[in-house]
Design a protein around this ligand. Structure first.
Ligand code: FAD
Length: 445
């Protein structure tokens, strides 16, 4: 078993953001030294240029982060990946807004007009700035729709669609950048344009062309839909040479069927069994329109598939006893991982549901436990009302240490709803597990 550890997000951030920012700031400083700012608005104009360059570069980083590059998707766990995405996104918005405000202030100061007139002057007089203003509005739409209070009111599909407006926003803002004083020379323009085209090409390849190629090559087809529990079905997907897809237990795919309401967007679903050369299995709980419609798929339907994604795999751990802690549909990836434990490693599965009839795969799990000489505990009962420190919570530190001898020596995988994951991670840390030995993902967004 490999012991490759999920790439530290700090490494990614330092490499992509700091490195690029240094180059951008260095170029700006060189240009400012060449022709120091002067006159009213000179200082804010220079600051606007720096923010503009930083915004352009962060836009490229953001596009690359969203491109679903396999190297990134397979090595960075979902939570740090989200933190990086949100951090870069907010920085992108902040420097873009600062650039806009400073540019307008500079223009207003230079001609001695109020800020509002400066804004009109910038939009009317400077080439393609009106497109950049629309781009900024689209960026704001995507950001505001991700504010948790608003996000909760939307289905994943609508939120995702609103989020996608960032790409046209970045694209239409590009033209005005080329007229900035720091990008006027031909080689720099070519480099800047090349950088943006490379990011766009990467996005197009991994988000559109690679999934189309994957789908055409493997011809994913619904082979069967099997009821697992009330509101939960398994979708068995057949196809050609599925071993060549390169999926590992614990990973997920984005699935899209050509039926309503699924044709216009894809949703993520984890493998719920180790992938086989002729079959992939997904297990879906109906929580909204999309997941509900998945249960109605009939055998023979084609699926558009992208992936595999995710770093919740055996590669994340070292050769230590394995603890799997699943909550609700978090059992899907952990059921697949359960199959992927070396025979000589001790493995314990804790499976938390509120009611016994919500348990899926019981027979499979018991059979696997028999084969692996593993231990399975089904922890049923209502969700605790306390903050997780409650001794009665089956996932409290006290209960975990009782259930799992030498808990601190394990590599733990945790997957489930956010509250359950947070409680479990807290308990594991309190029990002495190092954070590098805790691999946690949530099964919601
Ligand atoms: C990486 C990843 C892997 C996933 N794997 C699986 C899987 O193997 N099986 C599976 O059933 N789901 C899985 N999910 C969740 C699944 O993608 C969503 O449940 C589904 O996309 C919801 O779409 P919808 O339109 O049906 O519901 P929406 O209308 O988008 O959501 C309806 C409501 O349900 C809530 N909700 C969303 N997901 C869940 C959930 N899992 N449990 C409880 N409430 C939820 C939403 O917050 C919303 O309030 C996974 C999610 C991620 C991020």
């Amino acid at each position: 078993m490999s012991t490759v550890r999920a790439l530290r997000p700090s490494t990614v951030v330092v490499g992509m953001v700091t490195g690029g920012a240094l180059v951008v700031a260095g170029w700006w400083a060189y240009r400012v030294l060449q022709r120091p700012p002067s006159g009213p608005g000179g200082g804010s104009g220079a600051a606007a240029r720096l923010c503009g360059l930083a915004a352009g570069y962060l836009g490229v980083v953001q596009v690359l982060l969203a491109a679903r590059i396999p190297w990134f998707e397979h090595t960075v766990a979902m939570r740090p990946a989200r933190l990086i995405h949100v951090g870069c996104g907010l920085s992108f918005l902040a420097v873009t807004a600062a650039h806009a405000v400073l540019a307008v202030a500079s223009n207003a100061a230079a001609v001695g007009t109020p800020f509002a007139s400066g804004l009109i002057g910038v939009v009317v007089d400077l080439p393609y700035v009106w497109l950049a203003v629309i781009g900024l509005v689209l960026l704001l739409v995507a950001t505001v729709s991700s504010v948790p209070a608003l996000r909760r009111t939307m289905s994943y599909g609508w939120w995702h669609l609103l989020h996608l407006v960032v790409y046209p926003g970045i694209a239409i803002s590009f033209a005005h950048q080329l007229y900035g004083p720091d990008l006027l020379s031909s080689p720099v323009r070519v480099l800047w344009t090349g950088l943006h085209l490379a990011a766009l090409g990467t996005l197009g390849w991994y988000r559109i062309l690679a999934p189309v190629r994957l789908t055409l090559r493997h011809q994913f087809t619904v082979a069967a839909v099997e009821a697992e529990a009330p509101g939960i079905v398994s979708i068995i997907v057949s196809g050609q040479a599925l071993d060549a897809v390169g999926a590992r237990p614990g990973q997920y795919f984005r699935l899209r069927a050509l039926d309503w309401p699924m044709w216009w967007h894809s949703h993520p679903f984890s493998l719920s069994a180790a992938p086989r050369p002729d079959e992939l299995r997904f297990t879906v709980k109906a929580v909204g329109d999309y997941s509900d419609a998945m249960a109605g798929l009939t055998p023979g339907r084609w699926l558009l598939v992208s992936g595999p994604y995710g770093a919740l795999t055996a590669q994340a751990r070292e050769r230590r006893p394995v603890l799997l802690v699943a909550g609700g549909m978090g059992i899907a990836p952990l059921r697949a991982l359960f199959e992927d434990v070396d025979d000589d490693l001790a493995v314990t599965l804790l499976y938390r549901t509120e009611r016994a009839d919500q348990i899926v795969f019981r027979t499979e799990l018991d059979d696997l436990a028999g084969d692996l000489d593993a231990t399975v505990h089904y922890l049923t009962g209502p969700a605790p009302t306390g903050d997780g420190g409650d001794q009665d919570d089956p996932l409290s530190c006290h209960r975990l240490t009782t259930l799992v001898p030498q808990l601190a020596d394990h590599d733990a995988y945790v997957c489930g709803p956010p509250g359950m994951v947070a409680t479990t991670v807290r308990s594991l840390r309190a029990a002495g597990l190092d954070r590098h030995h805790i691999h946690a993902e949530t099964s919601t967004f």
